[in-house]
Design a protein around this ligand. Sequence first.
Ligand code: BG6
Length: 495
Amino acid sequence: MSSKVIITIFGANGDLAKRKLYPSLFRLYKSGNLSKHFAVIGTARRPWSKEYFESVVVESITDLADSPEQAQEFASHFYYQSHDVQDTEHYIELRKLQNSLDEQYQAEHNKLFFLSMAPQFFGTIAKHLKSEQIVDGKGFERLIVEKPFGTDLASASKLNDNLLATFDEEQIFRIDHYLGKEMIQSIFAIRFANLLFENVWNHDYIDNVQITFAEKLGVEERGGYYDHSGALRDMVQNHTLQLLSLLAMDKPKTFTKDDIRAEKIKVFKHLHKPTDNDLKKLFIRGQYTSGKVDGKKYISYRSEPNVDPESTTETFASGAFFVDSERFRGVPFFFRTGKRLTAKGTHVNIVFKQVESIFGSSLQPNVLTIYIQPTEGFSLSMNGKEVGEQFNLAPLTLDYRTDATASGASPEPYEKLIYDVLNNDSTNFSQWDEVRSSWELIDRIETLWANNEVPLHHYKSGTMGPEASFELLNQFEADWNWRPDEAYRKEGRLG
Ligand code: BG6
């Protein structure tokens, strides 16, 4: 891995940079993955001095640094340039700074660009990076692009074409931060390192797959962005479909970037394309109303700041994808994602088919649960025998959760992903073909929703979404496996 690099961040004063990027770069620095041969150029419109920028960086890593000296030493690698992305002159200045830092830090012309700002500027930035010869073909040149990658297929394609005018597909790293999460990466180990699962991971044995991305928070201060996005674009086009592809893919020939990506892309290509009538039945949307959880009152989505009081934007989406592959034909991949749900949690439940019972009573299906966050681990629910003279069946669960020390030591998603970029490893990034296939399907659902051909269901804050999401599974004789709202209701914690 080459840790000799000049990193330029567009959007250096943004929330993401402070909350995620600077701490992640610091962790890489602390673990020795960034050597002394690196510098960071932060750019944004606002004029900041180097001293002020350093103080912002120091503040963002205070909890992580062993000493104030260590934090300061790290921050001394950070330089700031006030930059208007439309102004060619500013790129000339940027090139000068880039060149002088390259010499000072002996970075061997390696460059990493991080676009962490409004996507409408990505094209302009990429164009200028080339025309002003900041991208000059010397050393490695890589580009990290934050989501959202477009808002539909047309805008995503345009954005991609703009980037391709300066960078090759191999140089573009489209971030999906879920792909940097420890437990998402563990899916490879669970699936391909265990005979027990590898042999039953198909439509003969799996009844359905359930993916839940539940958030307890509402839209917070992001109403302005979210009201134009909604859950389908914000969480499904990217995170949900990426996760689905890891669950549904065939076994790669080898555990290498090219073989893994080749299998992933097949899943996207095999995504079932239902008729419009079926899409209306298979995908439902919801929006939160006010509610009360644990004695605390929450306002409705329409009353949130920067949200249209008559907004029909969905804060909840649920549906069933199918993958037309030999392995999974006919198996529903249910998903639900929403804001202001009962609890925060990303879980995958693999629900196996029932065995025929010889016991005179019905059996629970085996369910493998992958806990992605906030707890990390797996559980497997099985049928056992109740202790006693009589033969009665009883459910039992094998449970493994990562302990707190291991979770604490696991890399932050951005740390892991930046590490991958420095290693030129794009396994955990979205490829253009994947993005294109996912937009093709999502666009069709968006159109039906925008034309109000599908009802917008309302759900109370603190519940697990509208009834329609439960009814959707019932149509397939299935039920959501994870139901934290039931426990809350029993304990009288939901208003
Ligand atoms: C982001 C979405 O991609 O993921 C947010 O834009 C969402 O709306 C977030 O809150 C969830 O990520 P995490 O890692 O907190 O589960």
